[in-house]
Write a protein that binds this ligand. Structure first.
Ligand code: ZN
Length: 262
């Protein structure tokens, strides 16, 4: 695992990150903070939150007042999913706020620890920039990607790590419109190299939904979400305890909107 993760910060200990007393991403503006907390926290708020209030850039873009970003440790699964969907609404309506964050401060704050509130299993497609389309910044989303967004063993292992060790509260399996991997699976043509190794994972969705690309892509996201819920004892255990939610979604490249699939 050490090649995948920074073991200096995320040792494989099943520590309960929810017990952390100090939020990592309390980016509330100073004026709304009810409890100023430690001097370090106050400094963080001042730098990340207060400094950007009402900022008007040289290009004339006016940023909204910084919204309160709840600490990952305090979120329920429903709230974590809501945070993703709210972020997508900001993205799809052109009201991004993630750029307001002080990246230098966020980097400094996350060197030794990460507490992403959500995990996303997305396609490798370049038109699906996960953090951007959920209006999130450093340390917020644990992202696994593979063309066709399917739950292969290594992906399951990564998402288990995200949930059991880092404390992600929701896993979103995200299909998208015009997905080349699903399209290629439907077409089942000869392809070079090892590309066809992707097809076996996506084929059950094509078998279920038929050759319609959108229907097969949505079926694939739902099938992979169900696989995660069922095939991983770690994930299914957390789901049973209501500590984790696994959902499927569909990203429309044209509108920028993510819809949940049920
Ligand atoms: Zn794709």
């Amino acid at each position: 695992m050490s090649f995948l993760f920074d073991t200096t910060s995320d040792e494989l200990q099943l520590e309960d990150s929810a017990s952390a007393s100090e939020p990592s991403f309390d980016c509330a503006p100073r004026s709304t903070a009810s409890n100023p907390g430690s001097s370090r926290r106050s400094f963080f708020k001042m730098t990340v939150g207060g400094a950007v209030a009402g900022l008007v850039t040289a290009t004339g873009i006016e940023f909204a007042a910084p919204r309160r970003v709840m600490a990952q440790s305090g979120l329920t699964s429903d709230a974590a999913l809501q945070e993703l969907m709210d972020g997508n609404r900001r993205f799809s309506t052109g009201n991004l706020t993630s750029f307001e964050h002080d990246l230098a401060m966020l980097k400094q704050k996350t060197v030794d620890k990460q507490e992403p509130f959500a995990a996303v299993l997305s396609c490798a497609d370049s038109r699906v920039p996960v953090e951007l389309l959920f209006d999130q910044t450093i340390g917020h989303i644990f992202v696994t990607r593979v063309a066709g967004n399917f739950a292969a063993t290594e992906i399951i292992a990564s998402l288990e790590y995200g949930a059991a060790v880092l404390g992600t509260k929701v896993i979103l399996v995200l299909g998208h419109s015009n997905c080349g991997a699903v399209k290629a699976t439907i077409q089942a043509k000869e392809v070079p190299g090892q590309i066809s190794s992707l097809f076996s994972y996506i084929q059950p969705a094509v078998d279920q939904a038929g050759p319609n690309l959108e229907a097969a892509t949505k079926a694939n996201a739902k099938i992979q979400a169900a696989l995660l819920r069922q095939s991983s004892t770690v994930i299914s255990g957390l789901v049973k305890e209501n500590k984790l939610k696994v959902v499927a979604g569909y990203y429309d490249l044209g509108t920028g909107v993510v819809s949940l699939l049920e």
